[in-house]
Design a protein around this ligand. Structure first.
Ligand SMILES: Cc1cc2nc3c(=O)[nH]c(=O)nc-3n(C[C@H](O)[C@H](O)[C@H](O)COP(=O)(O)OP(=O)(O)OC[C@H]3O[C@@H](n4cnc5c(N)ncnc54)[C@H](O)[C@@H]3O)c2cc1C
Length: 448
């Protein structure tokens, strides 16, 4: 029985979940230096998907031969901090989601620590939100569990950055569960391999050769697609190859199955790479993602809902708080129960703006929702979920929360012009830049 709940007092802004969206939210809120910010994360390290399973920020650059850099502000700070350690390179790409910023994910864990601690944010790792009691008038009692017991916090403002919208679910906000209207995007265990002879791999045809071998192999691969790319660490590659479709990441039995299936597939891929891909003869898996990568679960119904039509119209509304130029990239189950990736590009290399109302749960006075649980339809979400966008959402929500505290305005009645002015002042990009971005391997710095 829970009979001894300790209280954490005096919290102005509570951020639940420390993924790319949550960390940026906390940093933006703490920048006011005036309000006490608490960031709570269920795992023992920061970064969420950015450090659990990935190594490339997409979404800073649009996918085109005339690529534009469309995210700036605090997200740049994260990349610049990694750059100080010499641990980034650009992965030029005119296809897919555009040029990515590749980083060493283990270094990123350390960079997130530094940024969060230096910003003066109160941080609790290994701490999970388990319940929320509504107290009326936009007040919430949030209950957490960690190894020291149970804790309650009654913050003035809350930002749900849990990826799964756990706060919104427990607080009674409405949401769509992925898989109920359209099939949910598949899950992926990523794995990293060491001891790869990348020179031989490239000489023998690299990416194109890998795709051909996968398409024609008789090896019992779980799927015939998948990418392997060089990491920031010599002779190592990282993959997005495994796909686990048709399971619900909010159902613990499904999630358990998915973790086991993701690991099984990873080692099938290891064997395939060793046997069939030039350069991989002596390669070995040296790391599996900390958990299977979940692309979507709950998507909250917000004051506004980003739709595919809005993405494809490539317009920037007056209340836009960030930009996105990424195509719809829908990883889904095909008609034979296999896995496929469906791509749909924004016409003419277009760029759209994401309205403020998509990070405000419907009717919310004191709550925002950011990252992969923001308010969007299935296909719009499949375009607007890259980490540059989730970080930009975080910056907007953190600044919105502070503005709301300073002006006593409700989340859903905030003066968006003031928020946008503040975003401009903090180097966020809200209009399409004229200049073409520098996207060569070592050209990140040239964009400033
Ligand atoms: C397999 C895969 C590949 C992808 N590839 C790329 C890519 O290459 N580049 C790219 O830019 N994007 C990619 N994406 C998309 C991108 O990673 C995500 O959309 C983005 O990282 C989501 O960020 P987030 O902060 O919203 O969520 P998350 O990163 O999931 O962070 C949520 C955080 O909340 C914590 N949390 C959850 N519940 C609780 C709770 N109850 N209490 C406390 N803490 C909690 C979690 O532990 C986690 O740290 C990929 C996604 C997947 C799944």
């Amino acid at each position: 029985m829970i009979n001894n709940i300790k209280t954490i007092k005096g919290i102005d802004v509570l951020v639940v979940g420390a993924g790319s969206a949550g960390c940026l939210t906390a940093m933006a809120a703490a920048a006011s230096k005036k309000h006490k910010v608490l960031l709570v994360e269920r795992y023992g390290f920061l970064g969420g998907s950015s450090t659990q399973m990935l190594d490339t920020f997409y979404g800073f650059f649009t996918p085109s031969n005339a690529s534009k850099k469309i995210v700036g502000g605090l997200p740049d700070t994260v990349v610049n901090e990694l750059d100080k350690h010499g641990e980034i390179f650009l992965r030029p790409n005119t296809y897919g989601a555009g040029t990515g910023v590749n980083y060493n994910p283990e270094r990123l864990k350390n960079v997130w620590d530094t940024l969060i601690i230096n910003a003066g944010i109160d941080l609790l790792l290994h701490t999970t939100l388990i319940d929320v009691n509504q107290k009326g008038d936009g007040n919430y009692e949030c209950i957490f569990w960690n190894k020291s017991g149970f804790w309650k916090v009654e913050p003035k403002r809350v930002i749900d950055a849990s990826g799964d919208a756990d706060f919104c679910h427990l607080a009674g906000f409405e949401y769509e569960t992925a898989g109920t209207l359209e099939p949910a995007q598949s899950m992926t265990t990523t794995f990293r391999m060491a001891n790869v002879d990348l020179e031989t791999y490239e000489k023998e045809g690299g990416k194109k050769r890998l795709a051909d071998i996968m398409a024609s192999t008789t090896y019992p691969l779980p799927r015939k697609e998948g990418s392997a790319h060089a990491m920031n660490i010599p002779n190592c590659i990282s993959t997005v190859a495994v796909k686990v479709a048709g399971l619900n990441a909010l159902n613990i039995h499904d999630l358990t199955k998915a973790e086991i299936e993701g690991r099984r597939q990873s080692f099938l891929f290891e064997n395939f790479f060793q046997k069939e891909v030039p350069g991989f003869e002596n390669a070995k898996i040296i790391g599996l993602s900390n958990q299977i990568g979940v692309r979507e679960t709950r998507r909250v119904y917000g004051e506004q809902r980003l739709t595919k039509e809005e993405c494809m119209a490539a317009k920037i509304p007056q209340d836009a708080i960030l930009l996105c130029g990424a195509p719809i990239e829908d990883h889904r189950e095909d008609e034979n129960g296999g896995s496929e990736t469906f791509w749909q590009y924004i016409p003419k290399g277009g760029i759209y703006g994401v309205p403020y109302g998509t990070i405000v749960p419907k009717g919310s006075q004191t709550v925002w929702v950011v990252g992969r649980c923001f308010s969007a339809t299935h296909d719009a979400h499949a375009s607007c979920r890259s980490m540059a966008q989730t970080m930009a959402m975080g910056q907007s929500a953190g600044m919105a929360a502070i503005q709301s505290l300073n002006t006593e305005a409700s989340a859903n009645q905030l003066d968006i012009n003031i928020l946008r002015d503040n975003l401009y002042k903090n180097n966020s990009i809200l209009e399409v830049p004229d200049n073409i971005a520098f996207t060569g391997k070592a050209e990140w710095k040239l964009n400033f």
